[in-house]
Every structure is written in C-alpha cells, then in structure tokens.
Design a protein around this ligand. Structure first.
Ligand SMILES: [Zn+2]
Length: 377
C-alpha cells in the first residue's frame, strides 16, 4: 500500500484527543505485525475515564535497548464540523488535506511505509515504532512512557511537522492559573472595597516587564531567542457597578533549553510579594499546571548529522512543545522531524504536501538503514 493511501486510512479514523484512539492504534498494530514487527499495546484511562492506547512495536525482536525509535502521536486537535474533508483525505494541487494530515498522521504513514519497505527481520540493531496518545493535551501518553520506562532508547525521531528539517532543540511549555482576589462593594464607593481587576492589571503589567527582562537571557538559535511569556486569558468581576471580587488569568511561558522551567513562575511570585508589600490586602494564588523544560540535542549527535545528510537541510530549532523531552528521559538523542508545516497544523484546511510525504518515507528508510541495518554507522 502506498504512503498516501495509508495516510487516507489514518485520517479516516477520528482520533481527536477527547476520544479514544483505540481504532487508530488497532489499525497501526495490524500494519506493524504484518510488516514483521513484534508489537504490544498498553493502555491507561485519561482523567475523563476514556481508555487511551499506546503501541510499542519492535524489530527484529522485542527488546529493552532500542537503537532507533520512530515516535508519532496518534491524537489530533478537534476539527470544525463544517470541514467536509476533515476525515476524507483530499488531494488538490499536490496538497493532501485532512485533520492530522500534517500533525502527525503524515509522519506515522511515512514511518509505517518506510518500515514496510525495510527487511526488518535482517536488522542488526533494534528498531521501534512507538505510537503515543494525548500529545495535543499535554504529552500525557509520552509522559506515562517516560515514567514507566519500558525500554531505553539511543536515538529517537519524534514526528512533528517540520517541513522535513531536522530539529535538534525545542523550547519547553509551562502553564499556570493565577487567581487574584479583592473585596466586593458598590462601585460608587471604591474605598470600601478592593478591585481584583485593578490588582490583576498591576500584576499583568509586572509580567510584561518580566517578559522584557527575559530577552537578556536569550538562546541564539531560537526565533524569538528568549523565553516568551503570554497572558492568553483573563476574566474577572461580575458586573460593571460592582468592585470586582476576583480576577483570574492564565500565565503561559516557553522556556529556552538550559533554563529551569520554574524560573518564570519564581519571578512572578517575587512580583506578587512586592505588590503585597505595597498593598497589604493583595491576595493572589498561582497554581502551576505544567512545567515542561526545553530540550537540546548536541549539534554533532549522530542522529542530527545523519538527518542533515539525508535531508540536505541544516538542523534547526522550534518554539513549540513536542514529545522530545520524554524521549530524552528514556535516554535518547531526540530529533524532531516530519513532513508538513506547523503553521498549517491545528487549523481547518490542514494539509501535507504529497511530495514531502513521499520524501519523508525515503529519509526514514535511510535513517533505519544507517542506525539499524549497517554493522557500524
Ligand atoms: Zn503534533
């Protein structure tokens, strides 16, 4: 079966993160077993009680020491009900449209095809195909793998749309919920209350200042080079003529590799203390929801070099989160790589260029050949 047809079959299975990914894993399992891999599936329940599945498939035999892992996430972001092509892969002018075509079923289709085109029983060193769940909602499946450590990995290609450029470093992803409290009252008598919205505004202004100061601690290979901060949501108060009793906002930051993920939240906590020194009643709680650090694989790591040669592209960096940190926890030099452009992922009309999809098969076959088939790489 060709890579495009494989992608069409993967896209036809709705695997939005909120649903079970059982059918897509079952499909991949059948293909992996038919290709000669030893596969097993593990599962867990997400916090809504939905069962999620992850596939670990090995060649030539099951092992705890994997030489090369190809890792793809099976879940996708949701799609608009009016997008007719979401589950029906459609080609127009060399582009294949469908939810997940780019992020990341294109990579999975290419990985399955590359493995099918390889004599897996003759491999000298162990290859693994790893399919995860719940990447789009916080890399939850990959984190379970990193905790349970079912194997060690030396080199890992983490599938994400990078336009076939090898990516050796990525920023982390961190999120906190900030709640600022005030004292409600009639808005005609401000001195009788304390506005949570005004207090939150003061804190947000401090957050903006922190974001500016972070520019000093940059990491040249990134665009933008520094840890970035965003206040994406803010909500407070109950009516126009009531002094607001509560105001909440989200604090999101993407740390550069080498910086402790806690760094930004510690700076914000310090500002909270300083505001409290000026305003005795300033009450604020910061609840950290995610603290995933950045990751960097050495520029001279064998997998980086191999992918640079095979793609003809220099390795780069990305500013979005991936499962690479979890693969690094499993011991791997991780490189993010895949067909498609991240800028078209997550939107209606997501697509992968058919030519990149085919080229990805050739490149992955080359990586398998170098790391698992040859005596020495
Ligand atoms: Zn993705």
């Amino acid at each position: 079966m060709g890579v495009e047809e494989t992608l069409a079959q993967l896209v036809a299975i709705d695997s939005t993160s909120s649903k079970s990914n059982g059918a897509v894993v079952e499909y991949a399992l059948a293909r992996a077993v038919a290709a000669g891999l030893r596969a097993r599936v593990t599962s867990y329940r997400d916090d809504r009680g939905t069962e999620k599945f992850q596939m670990l498939a090995f060649a030539p035999s099951e092992t705890e020491e994997v030489e090369l892992a190809l890792v793809g996430h099976t879940d996708t972001v949701p799609f608009d009900a009016s997008w007719a092509e979401a589950l029906a892969l459609t080609e127009r002018e060399g582009k294949l449209y469908g939810r997940g075509a780019c992020d990341t079923k294109g990579f999975i289709a290419a990985a399955i095809t590359a493995i099918e085109e390889t004599s897996v029983r003759a491999l000298r060193r162990p290859l693994a195909l790893v399919l995860t769940a719940d990447e789009e909602v916080g890399c939850l499946g990959a984190k379970k793998l990193a905790e349970s450590k079912p194997f060690r990995v030396r080199h890992a290609v983490v599938g994400e749309p990078t336009g076939l450029q090898p990516i050796r470093a990525g920023k982390g992803y961190c999120l906190a919920d900030v709640t600022v409290r005030g004292r409600e009252g009639h808005s005609a008598y401000p001195h009788l209350g304390a506005s949570a919205v005004m207090r939150a505004a003061r804190l947000v202004a401090r957050v903006e200042r922190i974001a500016g100061e972070l520019k000093a601690g940059g990491h040249d290979s990134f665009d933008p080079p520094q840890t970035t901060v965003n206040v994406g949501l803010i909500a407070g108060g109950t009516a126009k003529n009531i002094i607001a009793g509560e105001c909440r906002f989200t604090l999101e930051w993407r740390p550069v590799p080498g910086q402790r993920p806690e760094h930004v939240v510690e700076l914000v906590e310090r500002e909270v203390e300083s505001l409290r020194a000026e305003d005795e009643g300033f009450e604020c709680s910061v609840r950290v929801l995610r603290l995933d650090g950045g990751i960097e694989t050495r520029a001279d790591a064998p997998l980086v070099r191999a992918l640079e040669e095979l793609t003809g592209r220099d390795a780069g960096t990305i500013s979005f989160g991936t499962e690479a940190p979890q693969l690094a926890e499993l011991g791997a030099d991780a490189v993010v790589f895949g067909p498609g452009d991240i800028r078209v992922a997550h939107r209606t009309g997501e697509f992968v260029p058919a030519s990149e999809l085919k080229e990805a098969v050739t490149i992955l076959r080359g990586v398998i050949e170098r790391f698992c088939a040859r005596e020495h790489q």
